[in-house]
Design a protein around this ligand. Structure first.
Ligand code: ZN
Length: 73
């Protein structure tokens, strides 16, 4: 069940930043959790400029949120 987490560390860790005019390490920010998967944005670790985005089809996070809400009601 936890194997997806391992893939996270294999994702892009450097992307070209137009602001820094070179490849920079990036931080991944979770933007949206949807029933169809999650939307992420990559931002330059140096200046914070968004340099890329990514969607995945892992809806486990969404389901966990739903389940959490139901439990807390
Ligand atoms: Zn930058």
């Amino acid at each position: 069940m936890n194997e997806k987490r391992q893939y996270d560390s294999l994702e892009a860790s450097e992307l070209y930043c137009p602001q820094c005019k070179s490849a920079r390490p990036v931080h991944r920010h979770l933007l949206l959790v949807l029933p169809t998967g999650n939307k992420y944005e990559y931002r330059c670790a140096n200046c914070g400029t968004p340099v890329g985005a990514k969607d995945d089809t892992d809806n486990r996070e969404y389901n966990e949120i739903l389940r959490g809400r139901k439990l807390s009601d």
